[in-house]
Design a binder for this molecule. Structure first.
Ligand SMILES: Cc1ncc(COP(=O)(O)O)c(C=O)c1O
Length: 398
């Protein structure tokens, strides 16, 4: 038996490992599956923009104006002015000089993290001769998103992984690693744990050790801060040391990723990031939709108000029910269930009651540390939150 057949035979005996849920509609937060209607408590459609008439109309306008896809790399004839317009808006949002778009957030992390350390090599193709070789080091939180880990792996640079949010461990590693260029890398909001990176302290350490901070704000953008600009706005911080990454596929309801940084860094990234130059970018209708989504976050503030009032209501209800989430500062509220099989049973019971909550388990988190990743959206009602909390309480008490 070859390894593929061997794995296939084993997988057939492990129904719980089968991933993916075929759906007929997308969470708004209600959605339809072949076996019935469900309410999602795990969608990243935080503000309900993905299925809003205003966002759909913007995407339609994009389709009418530009067609379905651009079929070219931005380095060739795919560099629509619309992308530049969106980049300028994203740069302004993150208070940086420039931004560069990628097809997805995942590709942004792969492309930028690998290119940051390789650009002297890439620039050689253009005739550049470096006066010396620089040693680069990444310092990465252990709970960072997999696309960060993959981007660092692709860079070929050995990464120092520091314990989750452990500033002493990070400082020790910054101090003890002989290197020329230090880059601290962290999620802004951690996707599985829902906690917020201590950005002020990360920037203080960056100052002390002459490092840059690369912040993946996939879950902060559109959600955190008085105007939804993300984690840096939440802390009211700007810094020339900060490189801001984000995705367009969560609160903005579309697809795509971006990095906002100094103009010079952006221009070098356009030349050196293979994931920018050697693939097509997001379709134009998506860029139109994101421009609209960015306006909607600001001029439909009631969406963010509802998101945050639901968040506060869910936290207090979970705490009152004795099932405190692992963190409680963002709409991601992971409820620990421990053992994977117990978690599967709870998730199954929730489904029988028409509620879908993602069960996050090994290898996404450690063995025996399974959790229900409850995510509240602006579209939930207090009654729906009550039903979910009652069910979780009953199941965890059983
Ligand atoms: C922290 C983080 N970074 C990056 C990504 C990738 O974003 P995208 O879905 O746009 O590829 C995700 C998506 O789950 C994420 O949670």
């Amino acid at each position: 038996m070859d390894p593929l057949r061997e794995i296939a035979a084993w997988l057939a005996s492990q129904p719980a490992l089968h991933v993916g849920l075929e759906t007929q509609s997308l969470p708004g937060p209600g959605f339809r599956c072949t076996d019935g209607d469900y309410l999602s408590f795990s969608s990243n459609n935080y503000l309900g923009l993905a299925n809003s008439p205003r966002l759909k109309a913007a995407a339609h306008r994009g389709l009418d104006l530009y067609g379905v896809g651009n079929c070219e790399s931005r380095l060739l004839t795919g560099d629509l002015g619309l992308y530049r317009e969106l980049e300028a808006r994203l740069a302004a949002l993150k208070k940086k000089q420039a931004a560069v778009l990628f097809a997805t957030g995942y590709l942004t992390n792969l492309g930028v993290l690998s290119a940051l350390v390789r650009w002297p090599i890439m620039a050689r193709v253009l005739g550049f001769q470096a006066s010396r070789q620089y040693r680069y080091s990444f310092f990465s939180d252990e709970f960072n998103h997999v696309s960060i880990k993959e981007g660092i792996r692709l860079s070929g640079v050995t990464a120092m992984t520091y314990r989750h949010l452990d500033l002493d461990d990070l400082e020790r590693k910054l101090r003890d690693t002989p290197t020329d260029i230090r880059i601290i890398v962290s999620d802004g909001v951690f996707s599985q744990d829902g906690d917020i990176a201590p950005l002020p302290q990360l920037l203080e350490l960056a100052e002390r050790y002459d490092a840059a901070v690369y912040l993946d704000d996939a879950h902060g953008t559109g959600v955190l801060g008085p105007t939804g600009a993300g984690t840096s706005e939440h802390f009211n911080l700007e810094s020339p040391r900060l490189i801001q990454m984000g995705t367009l596929s969560k609160a903005y309801g579309a697809i795509g990723g971006f990095v906002a940084c100094d103009a010079l860094v952006a221009e070098i990234l356009r030349l050196s990031a293979q994931a920018y130059g050697f693939t097509s970018t997001l379709p134009p209708d998506q860029a139109m939709a994101v421009l609209e989504a960015m306006s909607m976050v600001v001029d439909e503030p009631e969406r963010r108000e509802r998101l945050w009032s639901n968040q506060r209501y869910a936290v207090s209800s979970l705490q009152a029910a004795g099932v405190a989430p692992l963190s409680s500062n963002t709409p991601i509220l992971p409820v620990p269930v421990g053992d994977e099989r117990r978690g599967e049973a709870v998730a199954q019971t929730l489904r029988q009651h028409g509620m879908h909550v993602d069960l996050v388990k090994f290898p996404a988190v450690g063995l025996g540390r399974a959790r229900l990743r409850v995510i509240v959206n602006s579209g939930h009602t207090p009654e729906q939150i009550d039903s979910l909390v009652d069910l979780i309480r009953e199941e965890l008490a059983a």
